[in-house]
Design a protein around this ligand. Structure first.
Ligand SMILES: *Cc1c(COP(=O)(O)O)cnc(C)c1O
Length: 368
């Protein structure tokens, strides 16, 4: 078996490449690098696929979180609750508004925010909860909505890893006031560089986000407020438009690989395979197992030419960036415990059955 990479984008790009090159050539010929027609078309098509009213294309997923927070007037002295195990974009953007991120331990079974540990962290400064559908797993949205309604908080969904994940039959991103998406190349829908978007069913929030992302102006030179420069490039929009028709197929492919992994690895007592939330469809941005003897397993798989990853090696509150919080392991026992157990296996559209079988056989060989 040849090398099994963690992600191989060429498997999906191969057959799209000539069409994408044609689209890019058109943009070069038209000089429509910023604000080209592809942006509007992408926004329309993406909101159709996600079944939401408004889509605002922005420069990256991190900005999309920041812009949502700013549009909701979240700032100095406010508190925003989110989960301890996520990518730092979710929390650094909270800090950038002047607000404070308040971390909550993940649920030990589903690895998304533990809804039973949220209310004890709510104060009169709390303004919002950012729910992260980590690895493609939906958060417990019914419980989250109830908490937000009870305490009058905004629910924001970070969907950077959860394109087409569903919860009770509805696509995630549709449960709160606004949601953020990332199209970083390795995400379930990836551009050829950085890109992201915001979706919202609230027209007023949509207008504010669009304005803020474009220097505070909806019409050129009519700056209503100070904003930021966070626009999606036309070239990235055209790449995404070429890929969008395949998003469902890519997601199915991820789900099929995941179910094969589940099937083959279930019997191993040394491994915990990911639980899938009931009434939900996971989109498996990552397939994260919990293992015994992790570093030896990683080395063994490397010797078998199998790449793996760890998402993420250190839960956010324990990073140097958050030393000001002075947290102890017992403040986030689940996140602390998980950091030494989690291991992400290769999963990407176009990964073959033989490759998945080989990964599973190799893991079995290690434990036998
Ligand atoms: C990737 C990611 C982001 C940020 O997206 P970028 O496009 O890389 O800025 C935010 N949140 C989570 C959970 C992510 O995985």
């Amino acid at each position: 078996m040849k090398q099994i990479p963690f992600v191989d984008l060429n498997r999906t790009h191969g057959k799209l490449k000539s069409n994408i090159l044609k689209s890019i050539e058109k943009i070069i010929d038209n000089n429509s690098f910023i604000g080209g027609e592809e942006i509007k078309i992408f926004e329309k098509k993406f909101s159709e696929i996600i079944e939401n009213k408004n889509c605002i294309a922005v420069a990256n997923g991190t900005d999309s979180i920041y812009i949502i927070l700013k549009s909701l007037n979240i700032g100095f002295g406010d508190e925003v609750i989110t989960v301890a195990n996520t990518w730092i974009s979710t929390s650094e953007t909270i800090t950038q508004t002047g607000a404070n991120p308040i971390f909550v331990d993940p649920d030990p079974e589903y690895l998304t925010i533990d809804v039973t540990k949220i209310e004890e962290k709510i104060t009169n400064k709390t303004k919002a909860i950012i729910a992260v559908h980590l690895f493609g797993q939906s958060c417990k949205l019914k419980e989250l909505k109830a908490i937000c309604e009870k305490h009058n908080l905004f629910l924001i969904e970070d969907c950077a890893q959860s394109h087409l994940t569903t919860y009770e039959g509805k696509i995630v991103g549709n449960f709160g006031v606004a949601s953020s998406f990332s199209f970083y190349p390795g995400k379930n829908l990836g551009a050829f560089g950085d890109a992201g978007c915001i979706i919202t069913n609230d027209d007023n929030v949509a207008k504010k986000c669009r304005m803020f992302a474009n220097h505070g102006a909806l019409i050129k030179h009519h700056h209503q407020i100070e904003g930021v420069n966070s626009r999606m490039d036309t070239i990235q929009a055209s790449v995404l438009l070429n890929k969008l028709p395949y998003l469902k197929e890519y997601t199915e492919s991820r789900r099929n690989i995941a179910s094969l992994y589940h099937d083959r690895l279930r019997e191993l007592s040394q491994i915990i395979t990911p639980s899938i939330l009931e009434n939900s469809e996971h989109s498996f941005h990552l397939f994260v197992i919990q293992v015994k003897n992790r570093s030896a397993l990683i080395d063994f798989l490397k010797s078998k030419k199998i790449a793996t990853g760890i998402h993420y090696p250190t839960p956010l509150p324990f990073l140097k960036a958050y030393e000001r919080l002075e947290v102890k392991p017992e403040d986030f026992p689940v996140a602390f415990h998980l950091q030494h157990k989690i291991l992400s296996l290769p999963i990407f559209p176009g990964m073959t059955i033989e490759e998945v079988e080989y990964v599973c056989e190799s893991i079995k060989e290690f434990y036998s």
